[in-house]
Design a binder for this molecule. Structure first.
Ligand SMILES: *Cc1c(COP(=O)(O)O)cnc(C)c1O
Length: 821
């Protein structure tokens, strides 16, 4: 039972055999161990337990499970803090397994995969999310390619979750008072290896129907419903952690949806320490991390100020003891209080309550710095305080059984519990036949899946009778390519269809045939996205391509797994720079699949000529039809001239040596780099541990440091206008310039600021040289000077004054700045 309720089975092929023996049909169909257990008749269970082979298998798996929980993982050597910090991870969605359908796509994928990697690495994370009664919609299609959205109910009794109990063994219920009345939250827990995910829902019979429906659907409903979900997630979520006696040091906000958690965290500190809200927030902030995931302003959640006020007025005055206008100001980037048009932006709130912020790929870092520049007026874009941690996927979740066996032979079963780079040389050394054999087995498994799976059958329910196209009969020896993605216009799922005849010729070539597999859902309100699905359904019904194209209906985690395991080539065609990172292409790496993609998101930093192919010119422009034509042409040309020929260029043993060489480079160089294993280690080292230390510093002595910081910032706000800079003087001193500027600080003391010389660079980080004050001036302007290289004219360097405090993140927490005019 513990084995079945621990989602560890979702990424450990070792237990597959056990579940399959219990109920082969149910296991193959649902891949849900908990469902298997519940549907295995008792007599069958007894019978099996009396079979020595089954009994031994169960004992050894239970033992192995217990052992792996005991074994020290990476975190124990990486963290020297005592006691080890606790990290709370908040997300609207988690994609852990198809048996727990509380996800839509990319964001949930990132959350689920990082949680599993945290378990592997021993990083002490507790996660918080919502339990949706219907989750995200399920897809069906009509013969003319119209998408229908279905909402089957998730029966909590059949999900791999357990209710959270209170100290007395009763179900925990949390009261939550918003302006419109009191509601009750229920709590559930999911075991994900060594970590726990807590889920909240509002479907308590005590609640009125409109409250019970808050957690019915993911990304359904209107702005008001979304705001309520975010209140439950953020405020309810942090309250739940406190009710469980947890006091996390770090709170990681996976996207701005969860930003209210920081307010409730501050409220908890107010209660524990008897301090005012702003001081509590100053403490909490040091331990809060915000990861932004969108590349366009429309991706931010924005709410009308009146809506926010109507929901939060009571909370602000009763719980936080502040005016609701002050709360509103945190999400409105400096808009005046009486301006009721500027929306409340959850990403701005997240910036204002966090001590560190990151984007999810290098390119997305640049894009995000531009998006958030308005919060840092007069700061150069390159200095907007947003770093990046490129996403990665949880490799054991996405590897095929054949790839798992291959990597295990090369690097051992425990390879995912340490740093992944260490296993690369042993995989690189594998002979070509082994790599190619693995590829062929994985492709054959996908072909077999398509032949039997109902979703491939494009079964259309239209009115009185269901019409079914037979599943395409794919050939396990034929090159298999494709993609799966949300059908959103910026992802350009129709790019391959730009010239349908040219695509048909590629697919139906007599000597070098290609078979294409696609999948994807469009949001029920996205009619443009749905039209793109219809285009594909129209194409696959063309007689000349019949049997060469499969559209797998109802893209979810299990379809994704089948696809990324079997595919020779993964295609990704977003409109740069709209794909913040993208993860589906990373899932093929471990399985030896290759990528051809627009140089956007992760591929902009991963691509090299010997690991895959890039399309597009690597520039960012608007959505221009000429650009689509150009990108489509470059994709077709690559397929026709390079990619497909390379796949079919075989040696005497039937092995495409050059293709395998590329596979080997891609597998060994990219798998570890774009794994959640690497991502979680980056977060731990660069974000979690520093944030935990900073938080503890501000928390110490009943928040003394935080009080001093508040005092410092208030002084800056009050006195900053008094600062001014005089003219600059530059004199040559050998091969250097000696630059001097007179700075009037007024009542600001020199230790509160730093005077700097700043020069932009065409590429990379700007040049910033601190200037030092000349001693001996009692009053009036202070002379600051510095020396810089004379390779650039002195006019390239501009003096400026910025705040300075050893324990404060500048400019994130204090964005004051003044430049010499
Ligand atoms: C991996 C995955 C995604 C995210 O893929 P992107 O490349 O980020 O678009 C979405 N949905 C499912 C089911 C997935 O498995």
């Amino acid at each position: 039972m513990d084995l079945a309720l621990d989602l560890h089975w979702t990424w450990n092929h070792a237990t597959d055999a056990l579940w399959r023996q219990l109920a082969p049909d149910i296991w193959d169909h649902t891949r849900n161990a908990w469902t298997v257990l519940q549907n295995t008749p008792r007599h069958r269970m007894r019978e099996l337990l009396e079979t020595p082979a089954f009994h031994d298998l169960l004992t050894s798996l239970t033992q192995a499970h217990a052992d792996s929980q005991q074994r020290p993982a990476w975190f124990e050597t990486a963290c020297t803090m005592s006691p080890a910090p606790c990290i709370a991870y908040f997300s609207m969605e988690f994609m852990l397994d198809e048996a727990l359908p509380i996800y839509s796509g990319g964001l949930g994928n990132v959350a689920g995969d990082q949680l599993k990697a945290a378990s592997d690495l021993g990083v002490p994370v507790v996660a918080v999310g919502l339990l949706y009664a219907q989750g995200y919609f399920r897809q069906e299609l009509t013969p003319d390619g119209r998408q229908e959205a279905l909402y089957p109910i998730n029966d909590p009794a059949l999900l791999p979750i357990r209710p959270v109990l209170d100290g007395g063994g009763d179900r925990l219920r949390l009261p939550f008072q918003i302006s419109t009345g009191r509601i009750w939250l229920r709590a559930w827990q999911v075991t994900v290896g060594q970590t726990t995910l807590y889920l909240l829902d509002t479907n308590d019979p005590y609640n009125p129907p409109h409250i019970r429906c808050i957690t019915t659907q993911l990304y359904g409903g209107d702005a008001e419903l979304r705001l309520r979900q975010e209140l439950v997630l953020g405020i309810g979520g942090w309250r739940l952690l406190r009710a469980l006696g947890l006091r996390p040091d770090v709170c990681h906000l996976n996207e701005g949806h969860a930003a209210f958690a920081a307010l409730e965290r501050a409220r908890g500190l107010m209660e524990d320490m008897g301090i005012p809200f702003m001081q509590a927030l100053t403490i909490a902030r040091a331990g809060t991390i915000f990861t932004t995931h969108t590349a366009v302003p429309a991706g931010f959640d924005r709410f009308a100020p009146l809506l926010v006020m109507s929901h939060l007025a009571f909370y602000a005055s009763n719980d936080l003891h502040i005016d609701v206008e002050d709360l509103l100001a945190l999400g409105r980037g400096g808009a005046p209080a009486d301006d009721m048009n500027t929306p409340f932006n959850m990403a701005y709130l997240a910036m204002r309550v966090s001590g560190a912020v990151n984007a999810v790929s290098r390119l997305h870092g640049q894009v995000s710095r531009a998006l958030f520049n308005p919060l840092f007026p007069r700061w150069p874009r390159v200095q907007v305080p947003i770093g990046h941690v490129t996403n990665g996927v949880h490799v054991p979740t996405w590897d095929s059984a054949a790839a798992d066996a291959l990597w295990t032979r090369a690097a051992g079963k425990e390879r995912w519990r340490g740093a992944l780079e260490s296993v690369e040389p042993s995989v690189h050394a594998l002979p070509a036949q082994e790599l190619w054999h693995c590829r062929c087995l994985s492709r054959a498994a996908l072909v077999a899946f398509i032949a039997t799976d109902h979703s491939a059958r494009a079964c259309f329910h239209s009115g009185e009778r269901a019409q079914c196209l037979p599943p395409p009969v794919f050939d396990p020896a034929v090159m298999t390519i494709g993609f799966a993605r949300r059908f959103a216009t910026y992802k350009r799922p129709d790019l391959l269809l730009h010239d349908p005849d040219r695509l048909a010729r590629i697919l139906t070539s007599a000597e070098r045939p290609v078979q294409l597999v696609i999948a994807g859902k469009a949001h029920p309100q996205d009619t443009a996205g749905q039209a793109l699905i219809a285009q594909w359904i129209g194409f696959l019904q063309r007689p000349d391509v019949h049997g060469r194209v499969a559209f797998l209906v109802d893209y979810d985690m299990s379809i994704a797994r089948q696809m990324v395991e079997g595919m020779d080539l993964w295609i990704n065609t977003p409109l740069r720079p709209w794909e913040a990172c993208g993860t589906s292409g990373m899932k093929v790496l471990v399985n030896g699949g290759l990528n051809v993609s627009e140089r956007d998101g992760w591929w902009a930093e991963a691509w090299a000529p010997d690991v895959g192919w890039a399309i597009g010119d690597g520039m960012d422009e608007g959505h221009d039809p000429r650009r689509d034509a150009h990108d489509a042409d470059s994709l077709y040309t690559l397929l026709e001239r390079e990619i497909v020929p390379l796949f079919y260029q075989r040696d005497a043993d039937g092995i495409p040596q050059q293709w395998v060489t590329m596979m080997r480079e891609s597998m060994t160089r990219l798998t570890g780099r774009f794994s959640a294993n690497r991502t979680v280690r980056d977060y731990t080292r660069d974000f979690y541990l520093p944030a935990a230390a900073a938080y503890r510093t501000r928390l110490a002595d009943n928040g003394a440091k935080a009080a001093a910081i508040m005092h410092w910032r208030e002084s800056l706000d009050r006195l900053w206008h008094a600062i001014s800079l005089g003219p600059v003087q530059a004199t040559a001193a050998g091969d250097r310039w000696h630059v001097t500027v007179a700075v009037t600080l007024g009542p600001v003391t020199p230790d509160m600021v730093q005077v700097q010389l700043y020069a932009d660079q065409p590429e990379g980080a700007p040049i910033i040289v601190p200037m030092t004050a000349q001693a001996g001036q009692a009053s009036g302007p202070v002379s600051y000077s510095a020396e810089v290289s004379a390779t650039r004219p002195p006019s390239d360097y501009t003096p400026r004054v910025i705040p300075h405090h050893p324990d404060v993140a500048i400019p994130l927490e204090a964005a004051h700045i003044i430049w010499q005019k």
